[in-house]
Design a protein around this ligand. Structure first.
Ligand code: ZN
Length: 380
C-alpha cells in the first residue's frame, strides 16, 4: 500500500480503517498532512488509537479537523470556553485559526487545562465545534506572535487553498524512477553568511536555508546565488529553514517578492523569531536609507506559507523527499535538517549551526542518525 498512497487508494485505505462513529465527512490534503474532517471530534479525541493506527499503516502525517458546519461562531465558542476553563488556568487568550478550524488557548497556567488536572479537552471541542489546543501564554505581550496571528488570520482563505494544492503536489505520483540527487551550494560555503543550498532530485528542487550576508552591501556577495544553479524563485518547490538567524533566513521574504509561492518549513519557535528579525532588518534598512530588498508585505507572505513542524517527525515534503528536524542546540527552535530521498535511496543531513554539550537553555544537538550518506556541516 505504501507505494500507492496517493489519491483514491489513500482515501479508501483510511475509510476502511475508521469506525462509523468517528463521523468522518471528508478527507483532504493539508500541505504535508492528511486532514480527516469529522462531525464528532470528541470521539476521535477519546479514541486516539484510531488515528495512531491509520498513521502507522499509511506512514503519513494525519490530523483531525472539525467540519465547518459544526464550528460555532467565535463569540459563542469564546463564551463556551470561558465557562469550561477553571480560574486556576490564570489569564487566558484565544486565537481562532479559520484555515485549520483550530482555537489556540494561551493560558498563564496550562497545567490546569491538562488531562491530569481533569480538564475535558474533548468536551471543549464538542461544545465549540473547533479543535482546541492549549499552550503557555508568553510572560510579556509578543508583537512578533501578534503579527504572525494577524498574517494567518487575514490570509485564512489563501492558506486553506494553499494547503490543499500543496498536498496535491506532495502526494502526486512520482514521474521519474531515477533516484539521483545533486546538491549545489549557492552561498555560505567558504564564507560566513547567506547560507543556501539547493537539493535537486528528478521530482523536486528544495532550498535549505536562504540567508543574507549582513556584513556586505554588494548584492553579488550579500544574497544567495540562484543564478549559479540557473533557477529563479518560482522554480523552487520548497524552502527549509534551519533556524532564525539572518545569515540563514534573511533572504526568505525576497524569494516571495520575486515569485516564490511554495511552502516554508521550519520549527514552531523559529517562525515568530524569524519574522521579528526580518521586520527589524527592514526597519534598520529604512532608518539607514539602505537597500530594501523586501518589505513587511513580503514577510507576511512568507508567514502565510509557513508550515511548522515538531522535532523528530517524518514529513513528506515532495513526492520523493521526506524531512525530519532534530534539535541543533544552537538557538531557540534551531534544527538540523535530515532529508530522506526516494525509498531508502539516500540520506542527507545538513546541520546548520549547532552546539554539542548541554547548556542551561538547550539540550545538546542530536547526533544519532540511523543512516547518513551525505553530511553537510559548519566548520569552525
Ligand atoms: Zn546561527
Amino acid at each position: 500500500m505504501e507505494q500507492k498512497t496517493n489519491g483514491i487508494s489513500l482515501m479508501s485505505a483510511i475509510l476502511n480503517n475508521i469506525p462509523a462513529e468517528a463521523g468522518i465527512t471528508r478527507i483532504e490534503y493539508e500541505g504535508p498532512r492528511i486532514a480527516l474532517y469529522t462531525k464528532n471530534p470528541a470521539f476521535l479525541h477519546k479514541n486516539s488509537y484510531v488515528i495512531s493506527e491509520i498513521v502507522s499503516t499509511l506512514k503519513k502525517r494525519v490530523v483531525t479537523r472539525t467540519e465547518k458546519s459544526i464550528r460555532k461562531p467565535e463569540s459563542e465558542a469564546r463564551q463556551a470556553l470561558d465557562k469550561l476553563i477553571p480560574s486556576e488556568a490564570g489569564p487566558i487568550s484565544y486565537f481562532f485559526d479559520d484555515a485549520l478550524g483550530e482555537i489556540t488557548v494561551e493560558a498563564g497556567s496550562p497545567k490546569a487545562l491538562s488531562q491530569e488536572a481533569g480538564f475535558d479537552l474533548g468536551g471543549a471541542m464538542e461544545k465549540t465545534g473547533w479543535k482546541v489546543k492549549v499552550r503557555k501564554a508568553p510572560h510579556i505581550q509578543s508583537t512578533a506572535i501578534q503579527n504572525m496571528n494577524y498574517a494567518w488570520k487575514s490570509g485564512s482563505d489563501l492558506r486553506e487553498k494553499f494547503y490543499r494544492e500543496l498536498g496535491e503536489a506532495i502526494f502526486r505520483p512520482r514521474l521519474a524512477s531515477t533516484e539521483h540527487v545533486t546538491i549545489k551550494t549557492l552561498g555560505g560555503f567558504q564564507e560566513v553568511g547567506r547560507s543556501c543550498l539547493l537539493v535537486e532530485t528528478a521530482e523536486s528542487k528544495v532550498l535549505l536555508d536562504c540567508g543574507i550576508h549582513p556584513g556586505t552591501r554588494n548584492p553579488w556577495d550579500a544574497y544567495p546565488r540562484l543564478d549559479w544553479a540557473d533557477i529563479s524563485p518560482a522554480d523552487v518547490d520548497a524552502i527549509v529553514i534551519s533556524h532564525a538567524h539572518l545569515d540563514h533566513m534573511g533572504f526568505l521574504p525576497a524569494m516571495f517578492k520575486y515569485g516564490y509561492d511554495g511552502p516554508v518549513y521550519c520549527t514552531e519557535p523559529t517562525l515568530p523569531l524569524m519574522t521579528l528579525l526580518q521586520n527589524d532588518f527592514v526597519k534598520i534598512a529604512q532608518i539607514e536609507g539602505g537597500r530594501l530588498i523586501y518589505d513587511q508585505k513580503d514577510i507576511r507572505d512568507a508567514v502565510q506559507h509557513a508550515i511548522t513542524l515538531p522535532y523528530s517527525t517524518v514529513t513528506d515534503i515532495s513526492p520523493d523527499i521526506k524531512l525530519v528536524f532534530n534539535n541543533a542546540g544552537h538557538i531557540l527552535g534551531s534544527a538540523t535538517v535530515h532529508l530522506h530521498i526516494g525509498e531508502g535511496a539516500h540520506n542527507i543531513v545538513y546541520t546548520g549551526d549547532y552546539k554539542y554539550g548541554r547548556t542551561q537553555l538547550f539540550d545538546s544537538a542530536t547526533w544519532n542518525y540511523p543512516r547518513v550518506e551525505t553530511l553537510i556541516t559548519e566548520n569552525n
